[in-house]
Design a protein around this ligand. Sequence first.
Ligand SMILES: [Zn+2]
Length: 135
Amino acid sequence: MFSTGTDVMGRPAREAAEAHTSQEGLVYQVCRWCHTASFRKLLCPVCASSDLESAHSDGHGVVIRSNVVNRYSRIMRNESLVRFPEGFVYRCRIVGAAPHLVNVGDRVRPLGGRTSVAGEVVLEVCDPPGSAGWY
Ligand SMILES: [Zn+2]
């Protein structure tokens, strides 16, 4: 018997065709005056300046408030408040786990490595419940 080597499958091939929104993660705004980070705001939430500069986040965040909408219906889903390390908070749709199993403190990341520029931000749970049977 010989042992097969470990295959390196953790790296999906990057598509060559990057026609639209090739940038992974999220684009957020940083105020040029007070350096407050915000997301999808027209004005700085702190000093109300409109002088915002776009910056890039990898989109990884942590759930700080989990909220199930349309509970007990077929379109039940989770819309959680997610805090991003860059310093902004945004309500995002969470997938990758049952809506009621998304917990505060769960780490989330952009679904498929990116989110749409317009529309809702969809994030998936990094550690789906069920794989966390350690305690
Ligand atoms: Zn500001």
